[in-house]
Design a protein around this ligand. Sequence first.
Ligand code: NAD
Length: 512
Amino acid sequence: MDKATPKADLFKANLDRAAPLLAKLKDDGIGHMIDGQTVPSISGATFETRSPVDGSVLAKVARGNAEDIDRAATIAAEAFPAWRDMAATMRRKLLHRVADAIEARADDIAVLECIDTGQAHRFMAKAAIRAAENFRFFADKCTDARDGLNTPSEEHWNISTRVPIGPVGVITPWNTPFMLSTWKIAPALAAGCTVVHKPAEWSPVTADLLAQIVKEAGVPDGVLNTVHGFGEEAGKALTEHPAIKAIGFVGESATGSAIMAQGAPTLKRVHFELGGKNPVIVFDDANLDRALDAVVFMIYSLNGERCTSSSRLLIQQSIAEPFIEKLTARVKALKVGHPLDPATEIGPLIHERHLAKVCSYFDVARQDGAVIAVGGKTHDGPGGGHYVQPTLVTAANAKMRVAQEEVFGPFLTVIPFGDEKDAIAIANDVKYGLTGYVWTNDMGRALRVADALEAGMIWLNSENVRHLPTPFGGMKASGIGRDGGDYSFDFYMETKHVSLARGTHKIQRLGI
Ligand code: NAD
């Protein structure tokens, strides 16, 4: 379908593409993928996954528990030596094949992701392509994974190398689940680790598709295993399993704390990508048109269910009024609708419980004394699902709950500030530290603010544009560790030091 195709035709094409896939999903259900086989839970237990569009049951999903995790972890441990020792060039070839297969099925992945999560098609179409890019990028890094340093001393050559840590657990959330899981799984596989993946229980559909794609691409059985189920059952068991050497986790900060405690007895290495309450700071000398576009995009795209969303707008007092006026008009004009409709900018939220959480902040805002300038209600959308009006909260201050807590929806809190010092203090006055966005044409100020912000990633005069070699991760309650480029290998690999003597140094002689 090219750009000239009318939107109504594209909507119909998306619905037509989704229909047979959904029918098959309903018939087949979703099993675990363990050792290359689709299997039910040992207990036979299942749970239902429902569409956020209309609440209909999409599939019965195997509900894994500690027994299923044990099976998958044991298989991952058995598959590890051969995968570790496979020539890196062969691993590279296989991971490129996975990328090819994702690209070939990108349209299927996009429509299924939309129906399973409520995300708008305009974003999910790109998410599948980005997932393929993640595999390609790390496929090409397979041959560098073991690289180390030579740091010679007078009597020795000191060489470091890296070896894969072993079977690892990957636990992922429900926001952009396909793209996000590839971001963790691709580097783990490239490093030579085998994986047990526990996808989020609210979005199991495309995780199953990924497991199938990886198998069909020829990755040996047992290298990627997927166990579905709930966090407190399957997720917890994965973090406690002795064969699993590390946990790559993306999700809420409170869950990260729980995982750290659960993993302590087996000394798990952990990598956490957690919540955010990210500031976008707009100074009065900025290019305000570009800033406005970025402000709107970074909180209302992906339903605001995005860890890097700029959910706090810090606007300089001198320009607050005209900027908020333009912002208000843009938020009012956002199109809420069916996720497969290409015109849709905001789809239904993932789950009724999440809708209730987001809506609870309307009262919180009012009780705090802030003003709901736009939205503040559920939205009557097609299918009657979990739609919410995009919401803009003004007249807030930094101490209010709407300025402190992660809402994780299309919900923006506006906080005015006086000067640079004031902006930095407000920006840092939260428990999180994932991203920060700064808009100013004063280069010195941009650099000063970037230095002062307590966040793992800063964009100056830009929205979040991901470049895969760069470090991705947060400070404070937003995470531990970095993903991306070589940083991913620091997590999935052990650094080993090998010292070679020149044979000339004096060895102390005892017991003579
Ligand atoms: P969540 O923490 O509720 O769940 C994430 C995953 O953890 C799910 O698979 C869940 O089943 C599992 N889980 C839950 N309890 C567990 C336990 N005790 N032991 C092991 N696993 C357990 O998060 P969510 O609601 O699915 O996702 C939204 C959150 O993720 C937001 O806070 C968001 O900011 C964060 N997030 C962060 C990033 C990042 O890169 N920093 C990216 C995306 C999402």
